[in-house]
Design a protein around this ligand. Structure first.
Ligand code: AMP
Length: 413
């Protein structure tokens, strides 16, 4: 039997892994710069954590969760998203005593979607959250951090921020009621997918990709007619702030996001360079959710970005490999080799050896890897306690004592 990875999952190595690690490095540096602390949560949780908050009628809950019964009959789910586990962890560990809490995380998520380019069943997300502030400055900060991170990772790619506001929970209830009414009155003009959503999830019809739904949505009531003055002000302040930070954006009043818990500000960074899976990053406010999950009644806002999608837009990463290759000509000189290995490690000089006591093979490996230097350990070197160091770019060779090697390599690199 030839074993394969499960559909929608992939192994990470080579360029993809260099990119993944580079993304992690950049994300961590921006998290530190903006004082967000890392929070790691388990990859599975009790199913209850996701079911209601994400929406029993959301695609994720209806079709995509990896749910299984544990041996003691507990119902568990591989996390399909980060926000609810972050909140659960903040509550479980009493992290909400000191507000606002700013956290971030990086790790795998699981959704049983139909795999295609940019869409997998196991994928990695970067996630930033702020718990405990309803200041528009919090919304603005999160968007700014997202923009800075994307600009740093993919400076040559085009992406654009889409923003919208869904108003308060109360606005939304009234709005959804009227939207349901509108779509019911025009039911026969909707796609069959959307017909199923009229009563359960009418907002989703607004961002449907079917022509007939797009046409009908043009004349649907707009959430903006339902906004309170304070919500309007909140939204206007964000837009002014974005202008101040020079972050270009488009207002997209059909942007609703897929999960039930969103309200007020919602946003997505989109690109034209990835085909149909065009959203790099998405987020929004979820005031009310923390209270619903058993925590204090405090507001929250956050975003998640897909590492695989971002990494598809990254340019090639150079990874130079080991600086020094060793060429040891016989087992007899192993003790002399051990001395130099110890020395290289102590001095943080990367090295590689192929375990072959064969000068020719070691040299050709070093050449193929474009190594800078080869340290040769043979009979003469062993007997007279020195090392031969060959510089591969010009072929020059030097006899060096161990304590001369570091400065030599630094000088000649
Ligand atoms: P969401 O939690 O659905 O708002 O997704 C946030 C981000 O995660 C998206 O913008 C994508 O970049 C990424 N993402 C979501 N689902 C997938 C998936 N199935 N495969 C790869 N990336 C995904």
């Amino acid at each position: 039997m030839k074993l394969q990875s499960v559909r929608g999952t992939h192994d990470l190595f080579g360029q993809d892994l260099f990119k993944f690690n580079e993304i992690r490095k950049i994300v961590t540096s921006y998290a530190e710069l903006n004082s967000y602390s890392e929070l790691q949560t388990p990859i599975f949780e009790f199913t209850e954590l996701f079911k209601k908050p994400l929406g029993e009628q959301s695609d994720v809950v209806l079709k995509e969760m990896y749910t299984f019964k544990d041996r003691n009959e507990d119902l568990l789910t591989l996390r399909p998203e980060f926000t609810t586990p972050m909140i659960r962890a903040a509550i479980s560990n009493n992290l909400l005593n000191n507000l606002p809490l700013k956290t971030y995380g990086i790790g795998p998520m699981f959704r049983r979607e139909r795999p295609q380019k940019g869409r997998y069943r196991q994928f990695n997300q970067i996630n930033f959250e702020i718990f405990g502030s309803n200041e528009f400055m919090a919304d603005l900060e999160l968007i700014m951090v997202a923009n800075n991170i994307l600009n740093k990772i993919i400076p040559n790619s085009e992406f654009i921020l889409n923003i919208n506001t869904l108003g308060t929970r109360e606005n939304l209830i009234l709005y959804k009621h009227n939207l349901t009414k509108y779509f019911n009155e025009n039911k026969n003009k909707l796609s069959s997918d959307s017909k199923d959503k009229i009563n359960s999830n009418p907002l989703r019809i607004l961002d449907s990709k079917y022509e007939e739904d797009i046409e009908l949505s043009k004349f649907a009531p707009s959430i903006h007619e339902y906004l309170s003055n304070s919500e309007k002000e909140h939204y206007d302040n964000i837009k002014k702030g974005l202008n101040f930070y020079n972050i270009s954006f488009v207002e997209n009043n059909k942007l609703v996001r897929g999960l039930d818990y969103y309200c007020s500000t919602v946003f997505e960074f989109k690109t034209n360079n990835l085909g149909s899976q065009d959203t790099l990053l998405g987020g929004g406010r979820y005031d009310g959710l923390i209270g619903k999950l058993g925590g204090p009644d405090i507001p929250g806002i956050g975003w998640a970005a897909g590492i695989e999608r971002i990494s598809m837009l990254m340019t090639h990463i150079n990874n130079d490999g080991a600086k020094v290759h060793l060429a040891i000509t016989s087992k007899e000189y192993n003790s002399h080799a051990q001395k130099i290995i110890n020395f290289l490690i102590d001095n943080k000089i990367s090295y590689y050896w192929n375990y072959k006591y064969n000068l020719k093979k070691s040299m050709s490996k070093a050449n193929s890897k474009k190594t800078n230097f080869v340290i040769i350990i043979g009979e003469d070197e062993f007997n007279n306690n020195f090392y031969s160091l060959k510089k591969l770019d010009d072929g020059s060779q030097y006899k060096l004592k161990i304590n001369e090697i570091k400065s030599f390599i630094n000088d000649k690199s």
